[in-house]
Design a protein around this ligand. Structure first.
Ligand SMILES: [Zn+2]
Length: 122
């Protein structure tokens, strides 16, 4: 391969650390709902709606971080197996430019595109 695989690996490792840290922070930032409700006897319904929206945002964020973390860990496991840089589906080498832009990419562009198409059809 013509690009620096070691560099991508160290990038992935620091990304893994970063994401794990973010996930921890997100969990630490969760406060009990009662604490926030205190001192606001009015507009309870509105507040509940806000809470639900906040929870959804947080869950969405948490899911996104988890997904990213899973992708990064998957890419790192491919280093162990010696399959890094190869597409998970068709086994063809992934475009190095794509890996440089997105080191945790595990699919080539073709498979990624057909996967996205499948997901949309559901
Ligand atoms: Zn592929």
């Amino acid at each position: 391969m013509s690009f620096n695989v070691d560099l991508l690996r160290s990038h992935l490792e620091s990304e893994q650390e970063h994401l794990a840290h973010e996930l921890e922070q997100l969990k630490a930032s969760v406060r009990p709902a009662d604490e926030r409700r205190e001192g606001s006897p009015f507009g309870k319904r509105e507040e509940e709606a806000t809470e639900t929206a906040e929870l959804e945002t947080r869950l969405g964020l948490e899911k996104r971080i988890r997904d990213q973390l899973a992708a990064v860990e998957h890419a790192l496991s491919k280093f162990e197996k010696g399959t890094y840089g190869l597409c998970d589906i068709c086994g063809q080498p992934i475009d190095p430019a794509r890996l440089e832009a997105l080191p945790q990419a595990s699919l080539c562009l073709n498979c990624k595109a057909s996967q996205a198409k499948d997901a949309k059809g559901k």
